[in-house]
Unconditional design. Structure first.
Length: 255
């Protein structure tokens, strides 16, 4: 009864810090037509949304740097220019967008979600990812980035699949049992090299031939994971591959 009274009064436990906070109770929520806020104001202000991007391809946030040519037209960032020097990116398109900047606060949120098994945190992002994906155009289905069997066994779930629960998905990729250090400990060059050929295609080629496909993952760092997965889909006939993530590294945190 006390829990019900707290709820009616608008008292909620923050999904992130666990503290009790006040929330204005709307009539629409009381009859199930709305959604109550899930996090306290103290935690909410630490989310840094990506509203503008400085690179149209990878979605690098527009913070302090912009990439324009002499005519004032937007250009690609240096990372994307380097990617375009190697196949298939010298001929195939790639587009990525993310919800938030991967700051220290988001680092802790992702760790709480991914490594400590707090899957309820996905409810903060899953529907927002659907809205974000619509901005990238139409696609036939989504493919969550897979974990290898060892990582999946350790965690008990694949965070990308949890985030993709509101999409129509297909499992078309498998990840090799690579024995790697944690990605956060690798340099950009080491990570790109380690992730080359890490994904294999599982399924029928007709499932992807001529299709536009959305990739879903939790964090964008170098883009190596998403591009490695996209390469396999392009090799099997995909027409267009785009991607969305919850958070994106930038500046000194980007690798």
């Amino acid at each position: 009864m006390s829990k019900w009274i707290e709820t009616v009064r608008g008292l909620e436990n923050c999904l992130i810090c666990g503290d009790l906070f006040d929330e204005e109770v709307r009539g629409s929520w009381m009859v199930g037509l709305g959604e109550n806020r899930r996090i306290c104001g103290t935690c909410a202000v630490n989310f840094l949304s990506i509203d503008k991007v400085s690179c149209d391809e990878c979605g690098r946030p527009q913070l302090q740097e912009n990439f324009y040519d002499e005519n004032g037209e937007k250009q690609l960032c240096l990372d994307c220019i380097r990617w375009r020097e190697t196949p298939p990116w010298n001929s195939q398109p790639f587009l990525h967008r993310s919800l938030y900047v991967y700051n220290s606060f988001m680092h802790n949120i992702i760790a709480q979600f991914k490594y400590r098994g707090d899957t309820e945190l996905a409810s903060l992002f899953d529907k927002k990812l659907v809205k974000l994906a619509k901005n990238l155009g139409k696609f036939h289905f989504a493919v969550p980035i897979p974990l290898n069997n060892i990582r999946h066994w350790e965690r008990g779930f694949n965070q990308a699949e949890v985030l993709a629960q509101h999409f129509f998905t297909k499992k078309l990729l498998a990840r090799s049992e690579e024995n790697l250090e944690k990605q956060s400990k690798l340099s950009r060059e080491e990570l790109i090299s380690a992730l080359k050929n890490v994904f294999t295609f599982q399924g029928d080629k007709k499932d992807v031939s001529g299709k536009s496909i959305l990739l879903i993952d939790d964090v964008y760092t170098t883009g190596a994971t998403l591009r490695s997965a996209a390469t396999v889909l392009y090799e099997h006939g995909a027409k267009h591959v785009v991607a969305v993530t919850v958070a994106r590294s930038v500046g000194r945190e980007a690798r």
